[in-house]
Design a protein around this ligand. Structure first.
Ligand code: AFP
Length: 335
C-alpha cells in the first residue's frame, strides 16, 4: 500500500514553498478543512434529520436561504473567527462584509470570501453541491478592522482559492498559486487524503455545460457556439456532449478533470450575468488557470476585472483553453 498523505500533512509540507511563510495561511486552510468536515457531516445527514428544506428567509440576492446554507455559513464564520488569522469575511449569504473585532482578528493579515453552499437549490433532490472560497491579503493596516477595499481586490491578488464538492464522495481542491491538488475525504478515518495530485485540465474536451433554456435570451454568438458544439466533426470529436447539472462546483469539477467548458452568459434576465465575481468566478478562475485552463466573461480575463461591489455578477466562460477561446471567437462573429 502506498503512503497516504493527508491534507493537513500536505498543507504543512507546502508551507516550505514559501520561504517567509509564518504559518497563518496554513492555519486558515486548516480552519477551512475543519469547517468542511462539519458541513460534510450536515450535508450527509440532511435526509435523516429535520434540516432539509428552506429556512424561510431570503438572502441578499432575493433567493430562498436553505437551512444548510445557513448552517454552512455559520460553520465557516465560526472557524475563521476563532482562528484569529482572518480579519473579516464576505459571504454570499450576507449583504455586507463582516469585520471581526477581537484584538487577535484585527491583527489578522487575511480576508476570506466564500459561497458556503453553492447549488443549494439542488439540496432537496440529493444533487452534488459545493463550497467555494477565496483568500486575499488585506490592504488595510494590520491592527485595524477590515474595510471594503480588503474585499474588492482583483482575482489576480488571490493568495489561495478552492472548493469542496459534496458529491458521491467529498473532495477538497485548492491552489495557492503553485498548481492544483485534490483531496478525497476518507470517512473511515475522517481525513482528506491526497487523491488528485497536480491536476492539469485537458487543453480541449468533449463536454459543454450551459443552460440551453437561456439561448434565446443571450448574445446570438452563443447560439452559434452551441450550434458548433452540436455539429458533426470526427476530427474535433463533435458533436460534444451536453452536460449541465446546474450546480457550478459539480459542473466545474467534472470539466476540470475530463476537459470541457462551463458557460453562464449574460442574458436578458441577468444582463450582468448570474454568477458572482467574488465568491464563484474568481476562485474557480484561479484554479482553472493553475490547471492550464482559461476563465473569461466572454471578452475579458475574469481575474483582471476590478470589482466595485461585493455581490457583483458577470458572464462566465470557464474550462479547457481551446474551448473557451472558440466560444469567445463565436461571440465576436467567428463561428
Ligand atoms: P443556486 O445556489 O441558487 O442553486 O444557484 C446555483 C448557481 O449559482 C450555479 O451553481 C449554477 O450553475 C447556476 O446557478 C444555475 O443557474 P440556472 O438554474 O439559471 O441554470
Amino acid at each position: 500500500m502506498s503512503k497516504i498523505t493527508t491534507l493537513s500533512e500536505f498543507i504543512l509540507l507546502k508551507q516550505q514553498d514559501f520561504p517567509y511563510a509564518t504559518g497563518e495561511l496554513t492555519s486558515i486552510l486548516q480552519d477551512i478543512t475543519i469547517a468542511s468536515k462539519i458541513v460534510n457531516r450536515d450535508v450527509n445527514r440532511a435526509g435523516l434529520v429535520d434540516i432539509l428544506g428552506a429556512q424561510g428567509n431570503e438572502n441578499v440576492q432575493g433567493e430562498q436561504q436553505q437551512k444548510l446554507d445557513v448552517m454552512a455559513d455559520e460553520a465557516f464564520i465560526r472557524a475563521f473567527k476563532s482562528g484569529g488569522e482572518v480579519c473579516g469575511i464576505a459571504s454570499e449569504e450576507h449583504e455586507d462584509f463582516v469585520a471581526f473585532d477581537s484584538e487577535k482578528s484585527k491583527n489578522g493579515k487575511y480576508v476570506v470570501l466564500f459561497d458556503p453552499l453553492d447549488g443549494s437549490s439542488n439540496i432537496d433532490v440529493n444533487v452534488s453541491i459545493g463550497t467555494i472560497f477565496s483568500i486575499y491579503r488585506r490592504v488595510s493596516p494590520i491592527g485595524t478592522v477590515a474595510t471594503k477595499e480588503d474585499f474588492l481586490q482583483k482575482g489576480t491578488k488571490q493568495v489561495a482559492a478552492g472548493y469542496v464538492i459534496f458529491g458521491s464522495s467529498t473532495m477538497l481542491v485548492y491552489t495557492t498559486g503553485k498548481g492544483v491538488n485534490g483531496f478525497t475525504l476518507d470517512p473511515s478515518i475522517g481525513e482528506f487524503c491526497l487523491s488528485h495530485p497536480d491536476i492539469k485540465t485537458p487543453e480541449t474536451g468533449r463536454l459543454y455545460a450551459l443552460n440551453e433554456g437561456n439561448l434565446n435570451r443571450c448574445d446570438p454568438g452563443l447560439k452559434d457556439y452551441a450550434e458548433y458544439c452540436r455539429q458533426d466533426d470526427p476530427i474535433t470529436g463533435r458533436p460534444y456532449s451536453g452536460r449541465y447539472i446546474g450546480s457550478l462546483v459539480a459542473d466545474f469539477h467534472r470539466n476540470l478533470l475530463k476537459g470541457g467548458i462551463y458557460i453562464y452568459p449574460t442574458t436578458k434576465n441577468h444582463p450582468t450575468g448570474r454568477l458572482r465575481l467574488l465568491y464563484e468566478c474568481n476562485p474557480l478562475a484561479f484554479i482553472v488557470e493553475q490547471a492550464g485552463g482559461l476563465a473569461t466573461d466572454g471578452h475579458t480575463r475574469i481575474m483582471d476585472i476590478q470589482p466595485t461591489e461585493l455581490h457583483q455578477r458577470c458572464g462566465y466562460y470557464i474550462g479547457s483553453k481551446q474551448m473557451v477561446e472558440k466560444a469567445m471567437s463565436c461571440l465576436t462573429g467567428g463561428f
